[in-house]
Design a protein around this ligand. Structure first.
Ligand SMILES: Cc1cc2nc3c(=O)[nH]c(=O)nc-3n(C[C@H](O)[C@H](O)[C@H](O)COP(=O)(O)OP(=O)(O)OC[C@H]3O[C@@H](n4cnc5c(N)ncnc54)[C@H](O)[C@@H]3O)c2cc1C
Ligand SMILES: NC(=O)C1=CN([C@@H]2O[C@H](COP(=O)(O)OP(=O)(O)OC[C@H]3O[C@@H](n4cnc5c(N)ncnc54)[C@H](OP(=O)(O)O)[C@@H]3O)[C@@H](O)[C@H]2O)C=CC1
Length: 471
């Protein structure tokens, strides 16, 4: 048990917590900084490359927490988990009894999988969040013959893409796949990859860093999970083939799960009842049904929360409680968003929010003015889906545009899919799949809101170098 004093206290060793530490190491290295991390392995970011001003791609690595000592001379690491914050007296208490007095604190405790209602009824219903959960999934895959995947976002899409040798029944509420990230047209484009072996071969040339940590997870508090996985986590699944089942994918559209029950004396140990009356027997269920903020500690007074239960933060990542900031998956962005930005719980946003929190905490301490970072002007997400590079910009699915918008589309099967969303002749969002080389132009057009009415017929014409129009 120890007592510490810190100007800055950061809670959580995921991308948000670590980015906060790294940014403060640059802004205010002479001040004391304490990080509370439940795991001795933390996440950090490397090989940051800019595709355009706000479109960033980077690798996510797992490393020893004490490597942070190299970048911050006045950093202390508390290997424990936060239990209680006394915000009135500005004191944090850990489960092991450590006491840390702070001037400003940033909560970066991330999220946990939001599982389907019946998940508590069986250990065969799994969520994916961290290294431990992927290991459990790998074990189930080795022995499994049939799995049901529920959810239509990032994790479900990646699992469907990366697993083979097991029967997969993908149950989704929508009428097209991967609805969190794409539109029906792009879904059709991707579905060809399920049939086209050439394209499936292409996927193995992913240029992202392959997350290589196979070691034992060093989790000090066994109740807490380590940080969320980053891109390429699913590469671990690609080689986990079961020799017991044939490779097969069935997608069941527009249904929900009514119940999941363990059953005895049947061929499969689990029975999943769907809202359309169908019953599916399987070995296990993956509930890839979103994430909920991990507010897993006590307070002397509750801060304001967002509708999703996250800590409500303003544009400077401040919660409703003085000197308490939050960033990453635990936070809910409740400021008035720029027209082309919205929150999705992604590592890019965890990093951006944490950088902003660090700047705001620093300006709080040194009593300087701070402005919100430019990155919150435009939603950008750069990822890989079904083996293709995917860049999403602004209101890529016409979110919030009502019915008054236009779509420009260019699609070359097995090569690229480009969708531009325009309203009143101005670009509002884009989906760029494949190596389109259009990201910088689209970013500029969304940010500048140039009137494209006279160009609409040419803008996606591959024979025309559209950049010439803007020179
Ligand atoms: C399988 C998977 C794949 C993903 N793939 C992508 C992707 O390709 N692209 C993308 O942009 N995003 C992806 N994401 C989302 C991304 O990983 C998260 O948005 C991001 O990592 C959130 O970072 P964070 O630091 O806020 O939270 P986390 O990474 O969850 O870190 C929170 C940390 O806080 C610790 N903690 C929790 N409670 C306490 C406590 N009381 N005291 C001390 N410490 C505590 C946790 O142990 C953890 O280390 C993926 C997520 C998953 C689960
Ligand atoms: N490549 C990437 O960028 C990746 C990003 N991630 C991130 O990791 C986090 C977790 O991923 P994931 O779990 O896929 O979450 P997502 O938020 O991406 O997707 C959740 C999906 O589950 C559906 N859903 C929610 N509740 C139910 C339910 N009760 N029954 C059926 N379907 C349901 C949602 O549908 P609806 O929309 O209708 O609510 C949605 O399709 C997310 O923040 C995600 O963005 C994860 C993997 C890859």
């Amino acid at each position: 048990m120890s007592q510490l004093e810190a100007t800055y206290l950061i809670v959580g060793g995921g991308i948000a917590g670590v980015t906060c530490v790294e940014t403060l190491a640059i802004l205010h290295p002479e001040e004391t900084l304490v990080i509370i991390t439940a795991s001795s392995l933390i996440k950090n970011v490397s090989y940051v490359s800019f595709y355009a001003k706000t479109i960033v791609k980077f690798d996510v690595n797992e490393t020893e927490a004490n490597s942070l000592m190299r970048i911050h001379p006045n950093l202390k690491i508390v290997y424990d988990s936060l239990k209680h914050i006394d915000t009135e007296n500005q004191i944090a208490y850990t489960h092991a009894g450590d006491i840390i007095r702070y001037k400003v604190i940033c909560i970066c405790t991330g999220g946990i999988p939001r599982l389907i209602r019946d998940s508590h009824k069986s250990k065969r219903v799994l969520g994916i969040r961290d290294t431990e959960s992927v290991k459990e999934f790998q074990e189930k895959l080795k022995a499994g013959r049939k799995m049901v995947i529920i959810g239509n976002g990032g994790i479900a899409s990646e699992i469907v893409h990366a697993t083979s040798g097991i029967q997969k029944i993908w149950v989704i509420r929508d009428d097209y796949i991967s609805a969190t990230f794409i539109d029906p047209g792009a879904a059709e484009f991707f579905q060809n990859t399920f049939k086209n072996n050439d394209v499936i071969e292409q996927k193995t040339t992913l240029r992202r860093h392959v997350f290589s940590e196979e070691d034992e997870l060093v989790s000090l508090n066994k109740d807490l999970k380590s940080a969320a996985l980053g891109p390429d986590w699913y590469r671990k699944l690609e080689f986990k083939r079961s020799d017991k089942g044939g490779q097969e994918l069935e997608i069941v559209y527009k249904v929900e799960i009514n119940s999941v029950e363990e059953v005895r004396n049947k061929e499969y140990p689990l029975e999943v009842k769907l809202s359309n009356g169908r019953v599916i027997e399987c070995d296990f269920v993956i509930s890839a049904t979103g994430v909920e903020p991990a507010v897993n500690f006590l307070w002397d007074k509750e801060p304001r929360k967002g509708q999703d239960g996250g800590l409500a933060v303003n544009e400077f990542q401040e919660t409703s409680i003085k000197n308490v900031y939050a960033a990453g998956d635990v936070a809910t962005a409740t400021w008035e968003h720029a027209p082309h930005w919205f929150q999705l719980r992604l590592w890019t946003q965890a990093r951006q929010m944490a950088g902003m929190a660090a700047k705001a905490m620093h300006s709080n301490i040194v009593k300087a003015e701070v402005l919100q970072d430019f990155c919150f002007e435009l939603f950008t997400h750069c990822t890989t889906l079904f083996g293709y590079q995917v860049i999403l910009l602004g209101k890529y699915n016409a979110q919030g545009l009502g019915k008054d918008y236009e779509i420009l589309l260019r699609m070359t099967p097995n090569k690229e899919y480009v969708k531009l969303v325009l309203q009143k002749g101005r670009l509002q969002g884009a989906i760029l799949i494949g190596e389109t080389d259009l990201e910088e132009m689209c970013e500029n057009l969304i940010l500048d809101q140039l009137d494209l009415t006279s160009l609409e017929d040419h803008i996606l014409d591959p024979e025309i170098d559209i950049d010439d129009y803007f020179d």
